[in-house]
Design a protein around this ligand. Sequence first.
Ligand SMILES: [Zn+2]
Ligand SMILES: [Zn+2]
Length: 304
Amino acid sequence: MKVRVLGCSGTIGRDSHTSAFLVDDDILVDAGTGAGRLSLDEMCSISTIFLTHAHMDHIAHLPMLVDAVSTAYAGRPHTMHVWALPATIEALRAHIFNGSIWPDFSRLPSPDAPALRYHPIAVGQTVEVAGRFVEALPANHSVPTVGYAVRAGNWRSPWWVCSGDTGPCPAFWRRLVQMNVGELAIECAFSNRCEALAQLSLHLTPNLLAEGLEMMAPDADYPIYIFHLKRAEVPLILSEVADLAERNPHRRIGTARIQRLRWGHVFELAGDALPPMPETMPMPLMPEPDLNSAFSPVDIHGGR
Ligand SMILES: [Zn+2]
Ligand SMILES: [Zn+2]
């Protein structure tokens, strides 16, 4: 399984594009301005999009991507499946695909064979897309938000984890302790000097990230990539992340394992997608049993 970074910046600018990650060639995680790097052929290969939340930097290219693919498939049935929290779907219906800002592609070209079909997802739910498994993870942001973990093959395969936008979120880190994480992309939008703003808008700073890293399993040793950095804050954030190593010499949270994510980066994880099916319909699954953990999925999501 491969995950190609199309955009991972917290703001736009030349060579800076916002969140979009292409899993193999058919799954998109978020549809920020990074999705604009795709060719029409690449866009037409996408069957399924998972959205973390409704903020503009994560959905900016969704309307025009759906339009471009719909036009390319003119006269032939093709549906783009969009998975998101119910609140995200409602926001898209009310404020974007509302017939005023953009056409309602969930009813076009026809209600029976629309260009876009919404699927609600819940934290803890896993969806299979042709042999790739996508789990919605807890997040703590100013609007309802999830992160995603994606793996291919059987349940032993490593997960690629993407936090989505989040402030401090112990439930996220508790779930990671249960998983075989291969690589982690975690947001770190602001520097420590902006902690008040980060707390207000529910994003992370290096100090807040360090609190989360303390919740990692003691033997966790996977690479960590920070993304969603606000462009003007990048030098300061990077120097503060470097300082984490000196202030926490007993932990492995130094620069050796924390890198800045850049667009074009390709995560390669063990496990392959299944051969393409003629008309693949994503199916919701129950969470996989986790034999390595004392936690149950109910525990991390505020149940028993
Ligand atoms: Zn956001
Ligand atoms: Zn964002």
